[in-house]
Ligand binder design. Structure first.
Ligand code: TZP
Ligand code: MG
Length: 228
């Protein structure tokens, strides 16, 4: 993907049984896109590879209609197979170099970072963006290593800027919702480096009206965002 990526309202999906109720993931994602989500990551820790491939193709087609980048969590081989816009990898997944080799050129690679060390390492290794967190406690991710709060995010952002990696895109993740977005955006941003956006799962996926939730979240982010 060569066009600049808008990370402001980043939707991460979830496959935990029960989170969607009787709703269909594709319909929920489409509603979220109508509401203003700017980038989508398909995160599925439960389904078989075949189901992941099938669902990823459907979600990728939907995102293409909205001209919104579509990434896959962890399963870089699936992202390569379906030719989507990129992948998001955690600290325990394969490395950035290997992911780039699998995906080919001009793809987006995002990395989860919970500490200054992890953030600097990923930035040096050429990640396109960082998903920084976990900001607040969340029911959505059970193996969360540490809750770093907005001040932890701010420390990471200032260290990125101080070590010459201020250009990397950043979102934060974990327990973010419509009520705390403004505070997360302003309290996390460092003087030399602000956040590009927020990544959420349940605030949109589990909302009664995902389109309305995405719209509200997006306007909160845009209001709070410090201009470049
Ligand atoms: N990584 C860190 S926290 C998290 C992920 C995938 C889950 C965030 O979910 P929610 O529902 O937005 O708190
Ligand atoms: Mg992972």
């Amino acid at each position: 993907m060569t066009a600049p990526v808008d990370y402001s309202t980043y939707l991460v999906t979830d496959s935990t049984p029960g989170i969607l109720g009787d709703r269909d993931l594709c319909q929920v994602v489409e509603a979220a896109l109508q509401g203003g989500v700017t980038i989508v990551q398909y995160r599925d820790k439960h389904s078989s590879r075949d189901v992941v491939v099938e669902t990823a193709k459907k979600l990728h087609d939907i995102c293409k209609r909205f001209q919104v980048p579509f990434l896959i969590n962890d399963q870089v081989d699936v992202a390569a197979e379906i030719g989507c816009d990129g992948a998001h990898i955690g600290q325990d997944d394969l490395g950035i170099k290997q992911a780039r080799e699998l995906l080919g050129p001009n793809k987006i690679i995002g990395v989860t970072a919970s500490s200054v060390e992890e953030a600097l390492q990923a930035a040096k290794a050429g990640a396109d963006y960082l998903g920084i967190g976990t900001v607040y406690s969340t029911q959505t991710k059970k193996d969360t290593k540490s809750i770093i709060g907005p001040s932890g995010v701010r420390t990471i952002l200032s260290q990125l800027a101080a070590s010459g990696h201020g250009a990397i895109s950043t979102v934060c993740i974990g327990g973010i919702n419509i009520s705390n977005t403004q505070q997360v955006m302003t309290q996390s941003s460092a003087p030399a480096k602000s956040l590009d956006g927020v990544a959420v799962v349940s605030a949109i996926i589990a909302a009664a009206d995902p389109a309305a939730a995405a719209g509200e979240l997006s306007s909160k982010v845009l209001t709070a965002k410090v201009p470049d």
